[in-house]
Design a binder for this molecule. Structure first.
Ligand code: PLP
Length: 411
């Protein structure tokens, strides 16, 4: 039996004005949080206050507003570093999102060194944003992109991984939490295995940030990437964590103002990391929003959020597993994220009918086509929870799904 959320969690719904509305005359039930989460007022207020009173370009602290903007920016980096357990603040680089960050690591760090005959390990469950950059990079230089499989429950094939790690690959790239299956991958174990072979590990934390506690120092990974908009923060804002020792092997990839110390007609010298990796005008209000989102998450407690989402996810999983004609992809999820296929019904139809009932979920391949193929389906429906979702909302969704099944089943 699922426990009701604590008063604190029930109250937190009030922090998200968007949730108060009706859709097609029904109370909104927002269960599309793996695509993007909603933002609490403290995040939008912080961004508005910054833009209305402290906004200026950073880079240089030339005047009072610039000084204030730079202070916000620096505070944001410190907050992110603490939030993810980075040892040093300069291990945090701001990017526009997880997709940008993963391309940045692939092209900027590995790209210049990868050569014909090299091997890169990716898992079959990767989001396209952590699959295509590696596949294309490998194809360009004649390297091999090796796909690590999972079992039917969604667990990584650690035997295959061990065999492949012994074949001297350059890196392993893997999701911390699958955006389709909702299970938490054993990143720490994989990093330990990989490092025994001198293999670097890049972790896509897009579905982990804001859902479960992250400590990059404890995980031991080489790179960790995530987006702000999936953790109650703004879109257009993301983070790459990279171990400080790797910066000396990385040439700035995006070149321009703000990243350089001196430029002549013949040559350039760069600023020290992380500034040399952040060319161009930065998304300072995004950093302010991300900082506010982290403070919001911390005010509730990530372990409280993780336990709440896991309880909702497992409740949904159990209900759907007993549903006639419903196939749930993978095993019991570790968080509130479940994908399923209803026999004879296209996920888009399911999503559209639920929308008529005020319920927002997602249907499609979830940018994980290799994983869809692994499960022998073209697409699935996905329900994903966040801190503000309640057991009552989940029941509304489960009951509505029954109605959808009747409607579509009768056709
Ligand atoms: N990685 C995973 C696991 C995701 O779920 C997503 C987005 O859904 C991404 C990467 C890409 O994130 P963004 O669209 O914020 O760049």
């Amino acid at each position: 039996m699922l426990k009701t959320p604590s008063g604190q969690l029930q109250r937190c719904r009030q922090d998200f004005p968007i949730l108060k509305q009706k859709i097609h005359g029904k109370p909104l039930v927002y269960l599309d949080n793996a695509a993007t989460t909603q933002r609490p007022t403290v995040v939008t207020d912080a961004m508005k206050a910054f833009v209305e009173s402290d906004y200026a370009n950073t880079h240089g602290r030339i005047h009072a507003l610039s000084e204030r903007a730079q202070t916000h920016f620096d505070e944001g980096r410190e907050t992110v570093a603490r939030f993810i357990g980075a040892e040093y603040t300069d291990e945090v680089v701001f990017v526009s999102g997880a997709t940008h960050g993963l391309n940045w690591v692939a092209q900027g760090f590995f790209g210049p060194h990868l050569k014909s005959g090299d091997r890169v390990l990716v898992t079959v469950m990767e989001h396209h944003s952590n699959f295509v950059p590696w596949q294309q990079l490998c194809q360009r230089v004649g390297a091999e992109c090796v796909v690590i499989d999972i079992d039917d429950a969604g667990q990584l094939d650690l035997e295959q991984l061990s065999v492949e790690l012994a074949r001297n690959p350059v890196c392993l790239v893997m999701a911390h939490v699958s955006n389709v299956l909702g299970q938490i991958n054993p990143v720490k174990t994989c990093v330990e295995l990989a490092h025994q072979h001198g293999v670097k590990v890049v972790v896509d934390g897009a579905q982990a940030a804001g859902r479960i506690p992250i400590n990059v120092s404890d995980l031991g990974c080489d790179f960790y990437v995530f987006s702000g908009h999936k953790m109650y923060g703004p879109s257009g804002m993301g983070v790459v964590y990279g171990r400080r020792t790797h910066w000396s092997n990385m040439q700035p990839w995006i070149l321009g103002g703000g990243a350089v110390a001196t430029v002549s007609a013949e040559q350039v010298t760069f600023l020290a990391p992380p500034a040399c990796f952040e060319a161009g005008t930065q998304h300072v209000e995004g950093v302010v929003g991300l900082t506010a989102a982290i403070r919001y998450i911390e005010s509730i407690g990530l372990s409280v959020i993780a336990a709440h989402e896991r309880a909702l996810g497992q409740y949904i999983w159990q209900a759907l597993s007993g549903y006639r004609g419903c196939r749930v992809l993978g095993g019991m999820p570790d968080c509130g994220l479940i994908s399923f296929v209803l026999e004879g019904m296209h996920p888009h139809d399911v999503v559209m009918l639920l929308d008529q009932l005020g319920i927002a979920i997602r249907g499609g391949h979830h940018c994980a086509q290799p994983l869809m193929k692994r499960f022998g389906v073209m697409a699935s429906s996905r329900v994903s929870c966040a801190v503000y979702n309640t057991r009552d909302e989940v029941d509304v969704f489960l009951n509505a799904l029954g109605q959808v099944q009747e409607v579509l089943g009768a056709q």
